[in-house]
Design a protein around this ligand. Structure first.
Ligand code: PLP
Length: 394
């Protein structure tokens, strides 16, 4: 019996990981699983980034960098934020980390006291509540569903704010719902936030993956809130650089300095090779991936919507469909009753070999997440399998 700290024992084991383990086991057995559970693009990073990384290795650009990241990278990110998002930051207001995941964790550790509340909408990305709790703070969840397009209303936000609120966390485009807040909605939310002393954390990692709508950054429409906003972004989704591990935060200089101090005692910085590749990637975004994701999304959503008992909103961003399967609860597959999204996902994987992630871990027990970061043909085949699965329910 080993000793595991209370801190770590309190972490909820990820349903994503559980599904992944089962999926990999089936693939290992040679089963033709269509894996729609992954949150990672299926294309390659920009060639310029790969070549820059190789060059960094062979030319000896392999020493420690500054903790907050190479100046050249932070300058390039500042330029990107100005040009693409309309946000003016100096390189001193930017810190890069080993993935946006670490960026977010650094933020919560830096701004939260024990007992502070961090407000976030559900459905949420699985790591947010755990990171908030690891920082000693309390996640305060605002539920949303299809009726509001999975978006929080200003009224909901107003009611959730207390004297203990330290921060409000927004993720647009959203994982898992694909919801994208438009300018007007951000303005209305900003209006509520303006009246309260709290931080705003905006996770914009899916910003480039939007279909027929514009991504807008909250501080760009509410510039007066910029001094208490932390903008989070990364290279995993737009540039398919998941394994490089590169993310960043832009924000008030004092907070970035504090985060730098924290990071100086943990990871120091992301890999130097990764940072060099990141500089090259910023100029090499491939817009063709957006058109391809859109094509897959359209096929997936149209197919899902034809299935009796499944309802699905049209996601405007990211690469996930988030259908509601609650009307199928109570039905049975070969005598086994579907009583939850988890059971739906489990039986769908077992009998039709389509891997999805049940919504429970996103705070959405009526929904299932399907990633369309997989080949178009697989998307079409998955829809057929799900149709057959639902048809077999009694
Ligand atoms: N934020 C959201 C909403 C995500 O979906 C992810 C990855 O799945 C991340 C942050 C973290 O990405 P990374 O740590 O790879 O930069």
């Amino acid at each position: 019996e080993h000793h595991i700290s209370q801190r770590v024992r309190a972490i909820t084991p990820s349903a994503t990981v559980a599904m992944d383990t089962k999926t990999k086991a089936l693939i290992q057995q040679g089963k033709p699983v269509i894996n729609m559970s992954v949150g990672e693009p299926d294309f390659q990073p920009p060639e310029a980034a790969s070549l820059a990384g190789i060059k960094a290795i062979v030319t000896g650009l392999t020493k420690y960098t500054a903790v907050a990241g190479m100046m050249e990278l932070r300058k390039a990110i500042a330029r990107k934020l100005q040009v693409e998002n309309g946000l003016a930051y100096t390189p001193e207001q930017i810190i890069v980390s080993s993935g946006a995941k670490q960026s977010l964790y650094n933020i919560f550790l830096t701004i939260c006291e024990p007992g502070d509340e961090v407000i976030l909408p559900a459905p949420y990305w699985v790591s947010y509540p755990e990171q908030i709790r690891l920082a000693g703070a309390v996640p305060v969840i605002i539920p949303t569903d299809e009726s509001s397009g999975f978006k929080v209303t200003p009224e909901q936000l107003r009611q959730a704010i207390t004297s203990k609120t330290r921060a409000f966390l927004l993720n647009s485009p959203s994982n898992p719902t694909g919801a994208v807040y438009n300018e007007e909605e951000l303005r209305a939310i900003g209006q509520v936030l303006r009246d309260h002393d709290l931080y705003i954390v905006t996770d914009e990692i899916y910003e480039k993956l939007v279909y027929g709508v514009a991504h807008v950054s909250l501080p760009a429409v509410c510039p007066d809130l910029m001094e208490r906003t932390l903008v989070v972004n990364g290279f995993s989704k737009a540039f398919a650089m998941t394994g490089y591990r590169l993310g960043y935060v832009a924000g008030p200089r004092e907070i970035i300095q504090a985060m730098t101090s924290l990071q100086s005692h943990s990871s120091h910085s992301p890999s130097t090779i990764t940072q060099v590749a990141g500089i090259a990637a910023l100029d090499a975004f491939n817009p063709a991936v957006v058109a391809e994701f859109r094509r897959r999304r359209d096929a997936l959503i149209a197919g899902l919507r034809e299935i009796p008992g499944i309802a699905c909103t049209v996601p405007e961003g990211a690469f996930y469909a988030f259908p509601n399967v609650a009307r199928l609860f109570g039905k049975a597959y070969e005598g086994v009753v579907i009583d939850s999204a988890a059971k739906f996902s489990e039986l769908l994987l077992e009998h039709e070999l389509v891997a999805t992630v049940p919504g429970e871990s996103f705070g959405a027990p009526n929904n299932v997440r399907l990633s369309y970061a997989t080949a178009y043909e697989d998307v079409v085949a998955a829809v057929e399998r799900i149709q057959r699965f639902v048809r077999a329910l009694r």
